[in-house]
Design a protein around this ligand. Structure first.
Ligand code: AMP
Length: 438
């Protein structure tokens, strides 16, 4: 199947060629004909599948084939998405695919002044990409009217619900014209989402893409069992040896992300964090520095990273394992996009092992464990507080301190590690550091 066979018009085909897209991804092959046929669509798919092009291309084709605008342009397409990063990326997609047409778009999101957004709106646009809060805000101020919407896309609906946007969405629905084509995308379909689809869609075609399995198959995955106190040292070790190209590091919490950035700075590694407490400007700067190769490491929380689109990202490190198995699939999906292969490494502490079990169950794979590394897991360290108490009760044991980090029977040696011999001297240095620091 080619894009031409999907019946796309020449200006769009040319733009896709410029993007280097050779053939449609599965969601594009399935969704584009449905959408060109003016049907509503329910897409069960997540970022990384090519879903943005799947919805933006047919909308652009409809708009380009329509009558040219008379007077000031009216907003005819509305795309609502939960995060600022996603909104910006979707708008970039529209701009790329529309470059040989006369279709104009703009993007609006909160956390920044509205002035330049209002200015762009006032010039007249065909496509608006928005996060819900700022959209409602500008509607209330009468800078935006939804009266002329013909195409409505609700993107990442499950995420939208998780982030508490359901009431905003319901308000928006009341403002949309009844006669429209609606597109609804969600990675998962819990009951609340099914209900929402019934309110939005009219007899939709359904397209389901399961990237969980395909992504997990494409990406090389590894587990490092490690004690909490050695996670940062292990991270530094990997960033200095096997992960020297751009690496996205995941932290479960915002505070944890900041701490990782500080710790890496102490080890001479420049990084930046993106999470909900960072200003929009700081997040964009971090993301563009990372994309431009100026930063080796970007540290992100799940929500901030959702949908980040970075071409050729080779490495993901889960500094913390996510407690929701699906998040693991989202995270490792940041690598291995559009056919590229990636490497996803996860640190696993003793208390995270149940999460690991859930993940392996979901991806139906057992993730290879790297046992020969500089900071092998030690049960003695993991159980430190209770062991210390026991040791106090056993005066006959060696009380001279010393090598408390000696590896336990858990660290069976295997020659499979990628932290090759080049890192060995470094590892020894780190080991002695570790003993003095801990
Ligand atoms: P998305 O799922 O929309 O976030 O897209 C994921 C990535 O795949 C983006 O980097 C797109 O530019 C890229 N992409 C989308 N469609 C294609 C295609 N047909 N061929 C190659 N790459 C694509």
């Amino acid at each position: 199947m080619t894009f031409k066979e999907l019946g796309l018009i020449e200006p769009i085909l040319r733009a896709l060629q410029d993007q280097g897209y050779e053939r449609p991804t599965p969601i594009q092959a399935q969704a584009i004909p449905v959408l060109l046929n003016h049907k509503d669509l329910l897409g069960v798919a997540q970022t990384g599948t090519g879903k943005t092009a799947a919805f933006s291309i047919p909308i652009l084709q409809h708009l380009a084939n329509g009558a040219p605008p008379q007077g000031k342009r009216k907003i005819r397409t509305l795309v609502v998405t939960p995060t600022r990063e996603l909104a910006i990326q979707i708008a970039e997609n529209f701009t790329n695919y529309a470059k040989y047409t006369d279709i104009r778009n703009t993007v609006i999101f909160g956390g920044v002044k509205q002035t330049s957004q209002v200015y762009a709106l006032n010039k007249g646009i065909d496509v608006l990409v928005a996060t819900p809060g700022r959209l409602l805000d500008l509607i209330n101020q009468r800078f935006i009217s939804l009266d002329h919407i013909e195409y409505f896309v609700l993107d990442e609906a499950d995420q939208m619900l998780d982030m508490g946007f359901i009431h905003d969405i319901k308000k928006l629905l009341k403002l949309l014209p009844k006669k429209r084509q609606s597109l609804f995308f969600s990675a998962t379909m819990p009951q609340a989402i099914v209900k929402l689809t019934q309110e939005i869609l009219d007899n939709p075609s359904r397209v389901t893409i399961e990237p969980e399995k395909t992504t997990a198959e494409k990406v090389e995955q590894r587990i490092y069992h490690v004690n909490k106190k050695h996670k940062t040292a292990l991270l530094v070790e990997l960033l200095n040896t096997t992960h020297t190209s751009e690496t996205l590091v995941f932290s479960r919490t915002k505070h944890g992300a900041n701490k990782i950035v500080q710790d890496l700075a102490k080890a001479g590694i420049q990084s930046a964090a993106i999470h909900g407490n960072k200003s929009q400007t700081a997040r964009q700067k971090a993301l563009s520095d990372f994309k431009d190769g100026k930063l080796q490491v970007l540290v992100a929380t799940d929500i901030a990273a959702r949908g980040i689109d970075i071409d050729e990202l080779g490495n993901v490190i889960n500094y913390d394992l996510p407690n929701v198995a699906e998040s693991y699939v989202h995270r490792i999906g940041r690598t291995g996009r559009a056919g590229a292969s990636g490497l996803a490494v996860s640190f696993c502490m003793l208390e995270e092992r149940p999460f690991l079990k859930d993940i392996e169950k979901l991806i139906k794979q057992s993730i290879p464990v790297i046992e020969d590394h500089a900071f092998p897991f030690s049960m003695e360290d993991a159980a430190e507080p209770s062991l210390k108490k026991q040791n106090q009760r056993r005066p006959s044991r060696n009380s001279g301190g010393g090598n408390s980090a000696k590896s336990s029977g858990d660290s069976r040696r295997k020659p499979s590690s990628r932290s090759g011999s080049g890192s060995r001297s470094n590892s020894n240095a780190n080991r002695s550091n570790r003993n003095t620091n801990s």
